[in-house]
Design a protein around this ligand. Structure first.
Ligand code: LLP
Length: 386
């Protein structure tokens, strides 16, 4: 991401705001599509939860990608952006009737169901609407993704999915429902996964489950392995894209698909994290004992990841040129957890300096809040700044 070119433009804008390098986003989508194409009948769906910005969704549409949604709001955003409904999947443990109706009305590709009661609810609503709905059953594969516990989803203790033991019963339940069509299996083991062995284990687990399906005479149209591919938060400028080739190769090598089966991926972070940065301005520098606090005008209301997951985002002083000094970079919110990072080295920070928090394109703006009656940050794409 080239930030220095835009420094003068950034100087004129009210902070804090998100900046998206849309050229990098476009290239990242293209690279993911190019590597995924090594697997015939595969399709990448952008996980809208990571970033629902309408300008970015235009790029998703133009790249021909599908979407993975977890709410009616996200489905509507995709439809408004022109993403075809037959490329939209809808997941979530607690879909409301209104959200399910929206999906049925638009004839989305499929509902990823997470429990037996949900199967009956979707069937009843489809019947009421004189429609049919496609359903994939989300299986909890009990695989450790070796990531932060708040973003691990595929363990037995997590609330997601149906257990492997109940898989056949759940599929039969779908098949017996008169307004549902059984479409396939869905998995997602967690997020920010850097250990590819977890994806290999997921593939092996799916192979075993597929043997069970064969034995039970169940024909499965699609396998959805979810998302979760991690990015390099420590070296965002050196690694502005994850190793998509190695990621898709892992599935190509280990997953045994049946003839005609489609393979779906739901990537969020890997596609957009490195394309976004949070730009904030230094309100003042405060010295206290041996500590120096660079107090900036962004807080955890704008980017909650460090406070919520102890996540590290690389931070740079875009305005500074002086010698490097040690700072805690903190926001103005009245909570001690409002810290972006501690004891990091930055070029000497002065009041007014622009501080950039990198790798913030995923789970940044979408998780922003208005706590303390703050405004939501603005979002700019490269095209708005030209
Ligand atoms: N599919 C399902 C069913 C998911 O639950 C998620 C993310 C994804 C796909 C996309 O995962 P990704 O490729 O982005 O890892 N707010 C947290 C991340 C939460 C992820 C929730 N589910 C963070 O900031 O790290």
């Amino acid at each position: 991401m080239d930030l220095t070119t835009y420094r003068d433009k950034f100087e004129q804008l009210e902070t804090p705001f998100y900046y998206y390098d849309t050229q990098l986003f476009k290239q990242t989508l293209e690279e993911a599509n190019r590597c995924a194409a090594e697997i015939p009948s595969s399709m990448v769906h952008f996980a809208i939860k990571a970033n629902a910005n309408s300008t970015l969704l235009q790029y998703v549409k133009n790249a021909g990608m599908g979407a993975d949604c977890v709410s009616g709001g996200e489905i509507q955003r995709c439809i408004d952006a022109g993403i075809p409904a037959n490329k939209i999947m809808f997941a979530g443990v607690g879909k409301t009737d209104k959200e399910i109706r929206l999906g049925i009305e638009n004839d989305i590709l499929c509902f990823n169901v997470e429990s037996l009661p949900e199967i009956d609810i979707i069937n009843d609503l489809a019947k009421e609407m004189h429609k049919k709905a496609r359903v994939a059953v989300r299986i909890n594969p009990n695989i450790d993704a070796h990531t932060h516990k708040f973003i691990t989803t595929g363990l037995e203790e997590n609330k997601f999915g149906i257990s492997m033991e109940d898989m056949i019963a759940a599929i039969h339940h779908v098949q017996q429902a008169d307004c549902l069509e059984y479409y396939g299996l869905h998995f997602h083991i967690g997020s920010q996964i850097l250990n590819f062995n977890s994806f290999k284990m997921l593939s092996c687990c799916i192979n075993k489950l597929q043997k069970k399906l064969d034995a039970a005479g169940i024909k499965t149209m699609s396998i959805n392995v979810g998302g979760g591919l991690g990015i390099d938060y420590d070296h965002p400028q050196e690694h502005d894209m994850p190793d998509f080739k190695a990621y898709f190769d892992t599935f190509k090598r280990h997953l045994e698909l049946r003839p005609g089966q489609t393979l779906h991926f739901e990537l969020g972070r890997a596609l957009c994290a490195q394309c976004g940065a949070l730009i904030t301005r230094t309100v003042l520098v405060k010295k206290s004992g041996t500590k120096q606090f660079a107090i900036v005008d962004a807080g955890f209301t704008d980017l909650i990841r460090p406070a919520l997951y102890q996540a590290h985002h690389k931070i740079i002083n875009l305005s500074g040129t002086g010698k490097r000094q040690k700072y805690d970079v903190v926001g103005p919110i009245c909570e001690s957890s409002d810290v972006f990072d501690k004891d990091i080295h930055l070029s000497t920070v002065q009041r007014g300096d622009l501080i950039v928090i990198l790798s913030a394109g995923a789970y940044g703006f979408v998780m922003a809040s208005q706590y303390n009656c703050r405004h939501l940050p603005e979002e700019y794409g490269t095209e708005n700044l030209k």
